[in-house]
Write a protein that binds this ligand. Structure first.
Ligand SMILES: Nc1ncnc2c1ncn2[C@@H]1O[C@@H]2COP(=O)(O)O[C@H]2[C@H]1O
Length: 605
């Protein structure tokens, strides 16, 4: 028994040692990365935090007020930014070089093998071109010619004869169903095609007229293949495969089981596969979108910006910590129940207010007493909630928002929050929905979730179809399926509960790592500047990580946050750039909460 115990102890010691080693290695790597970031920050004169760039001197000046300034100016002037993707873009889009233009304007027979290789290497930046065999690429490099058009110029017109096939080298174009293409400039959600895509194959392959109008949204460069070369180089065979893939994708889906092959072919002709990079926003506001999104490859996530201050679970959680940490450590109290303080709404989905109306998504008045009774009641929570939270004052510092995953979309699936009411109203307008049928379709238990969500690519190929086109081809069975597959998403309060649980686990993990290993210190001779300001820097790092620091607030003016949010920036998903009223403008984005310590121990609820 003693021998067994000893060997067990030895094994545990060994495991512990190897875990320590691993943790040490990870910490060393982390240190090296920090040094690298620090040096990069010094070189660029700016500061990074993950994807977020922070100015070193935050001001209240809004970058949105200065839209005419270039993004470069925005950075150099240190204007407070929450997230500016332009920082990660090259300053200038790569356009077709002069030398390549000169070659691409020559006739095919005048191009030397070297010219052809040069054009091919330039065209390798076009994703749809890269897919072809080397042989095909060289053939195309010999025959393509260069064209450049400005914003508003129609490239192909719906109903016209098609004589060319186009690759987009730079710029953006829009595909519309109106003949003059003007709707693209007014449509809040036009179908846009970017660099790397191609179009104009349908009319050539099928011998039909153009099925859409394509218009330039900005200066755009094209490499064009004319009809003769298109068939001579057997490009038709390659593009036929793409059409076939889209058709087969739809044919395989249960949603389209009632559709004829002809309808599905038409649908396949009216869409393209978009390759979306990781973290690319596909739909900014699902409550507004009039498109249906299918995923053919990879994965997309549906995210919801949850305002924690509107979630009873968060308020209760704060209150519990507040009680443990002593009076007024986090919250202040009026000492009495507040009955009539204004709360503008509730974020939980599908709940009805006393008047029977659907409660809209909005914010409470920060820094004032909040009628928690009201919030609890609207979230369908027991009275005990409101009893616990009576007279609570939530300071402005604690008004925080967090993006939480509400759903994932995998290959063969589509976003289930499709605007079926819109489809139904279109069918009704066209007289395709007879009254008896309408009655059988009336949704009962699972209405469409009206909340605003964001669809983000995790590295996915998607197909985006306008609901107008979809409705043109859809039958009543499809509508019924769309409705039956519409399931309710969790309420904001439920999401908040999951977030608090996950946050607890994250804090535990980070404590464990800290306990197992201390960060290897940097050599003071090598990094004297880092040693000097070590305290400040650590403080800043903690601040910059988007973590809400609880329990460190000394004064009302103390900064809790470092993920600055532009007070005038629209909430993600909102199209209107009108500033919110002052009560709605100050929500801060976080991704974690640092749970306070009591006598050196975490207060874990
Ligand atoms: N919904 C759509 N999304 C992307 N591309 C489209 C869409 N509809 C049509 N197209 C392209 O626009 C082109 C218009 O001319 P074609 O009909 O020859 O070929 C068409 C397709 O290549």
């Amino acid at each position: 028994m003693a021998v067994l115990g000893r060997s067990l102890k030895q094994t545990i010691c060994q495991d512990y040692k190897s875990l320590r080693d691993v943790v040490h290695k990870v910490m060393a790597l982390q240190s090296a990365t920090r040094c690298f970031i620090h040096n990069a920050e010094e070189a660029l004169g700016t500061s990074f935090w993950g994807d977020v760039v922070l100015s070193s001197l935050p001001t209240e000046v809004s970058s949105y007020e200065e839209e005419d300034k270039t993004s470069h100016q925005k950075h150099t002037e240190n204007i407070e930014l929450a997230f500016d993707t332009s920082f990660f873009k090259t300053q200038y889009e790569f356009t077709f070089p002069e030398k390549a233009i000169a070659v691409a304007l020559r006739r095919p027979e005048e191009r030397s093998p070297q010219d052809i290789r040069f054009i091919r290497s330039m065209m390798m930046g076009i994703l749809s071109f890269r897919r072809y065999s080397t042989h095909m690429q060289l053939m195309l490099a010999r025959v393509v010619y260069y064209r450049r058009f400005g914003r508003g110029r129609v490239i192909v017109r719906k109903g016209h004869r098609g004589d060319s096939f186009y690759f987009v080298f730079s710029g953006v174009i829009a595909v519309t169903q109106d003949v003059d293409g003007r709707s693209a400039l007014l449509d809040p959600e036009p179908i846009l095609l970017h660099k790397g895509t191609s179009f104009g194959e349908v009319a050539l392959l099928k011998g039909l007229r153009r099925n859409a109008t394509v218009i330039c949204m900005e200066d755009t460069e094209f490499l064009v293949v004319d009809r003769k070369e298109f068939f001579r180089n057997k490009l038709d065979q390659e593009l036929q495969k793409e059409l076939q893939f889209r058709f087969q994708f739809f044919r395989y889906l249960d949603l389209f089981s009632s559709w004829s092959d002809e309808s599905l072919e038409t649908l396949a002709d009216h869409c393209k596969i978009e390759e979306c990079t990781h973290s690319q926003v596909i739909v900014n506001d699902t409550s507004e979108t009039k498109n249906i999104i299918f995923v053919t490859k990879g994965r997309c996530e549906v995210l919801r910006l949850v305002d924690l201050s509107q979630c009873p679970s968060f308020l209760k959680w704060l209150k519990q910590h507040d009680v443990l940490l002593g009076p007024s450590s986090l919250l202040t109290h009026t000492g009495r129940s507040v009955q009539n303080t204004r709360v503008q709404g509730d974020t939980s989905h599908g709940k009805k207010d006393a008047g029977g109306g659907l409660i809209s998504d909005s914010r409470l008045v920060p820094g004032r007493s909040i009628s928690v009774e009201n919030i609890a009641q609207r979230n369908g929570l027991p009275v005990s909630y409101s009893e616990t939270l009576k007279g609570l004052v939530l300071p402005q510092d604690l008004v925080a928002g967090v993006y939480l995953r509400i759903d994932s979309i995998h290959p063969g699936q589509y976003f289930r929050g499709v605007d079926v009411d819109y489809i139904e109203s279109c069918l009704e307008r066209e007289g395709r929905l007879i009254p008896e049928q309408t009655l059988t379709f009336i949704p009962t238990d699972s209405p469409r979730d009206p909340r605003s969500m964001v669809i983000v690519s995790q590295g996915a190929d998607i197909i985006r179809i306008k609901l107008d086109k979809f409705t043109e081809l859809a039958d009543l069975k499809t509508l019924k399926k769309l409705k039956s597959e519409m399931t309710g998403y969790p309420s904001d309060n439920d999401l908040c509960r999951v977030f608090l649980e996950q946050n607890k686990w994250k804090v535990f993990k980070s404590d464990l790592v800290n306990c197992l290993s201390s960060t290897p210190s940097l050599h003071p001779k090598l990094y004297p500047h880092m040693e000097k300001g070590k305290g400040d820097r650590n403080q800043q790092c903690a601040d910059r990580s988007g973590i809400l620091q609880l329990g460190t607030r000394k004064t009302r003016s103390a900064k809790f946050w470092t993920t600055p949010i532009n007070p005038k920036a629209p909430e993600p998903g909102r199209k209107d750039h009108k500033p919110h009223n002052s009560t709605q403008g100050s929500i801060r984005l976080i991704h974690g909460i640092d749970i306070p310590k009591l006598c050196g121990k975490r207060v874990m609820w």
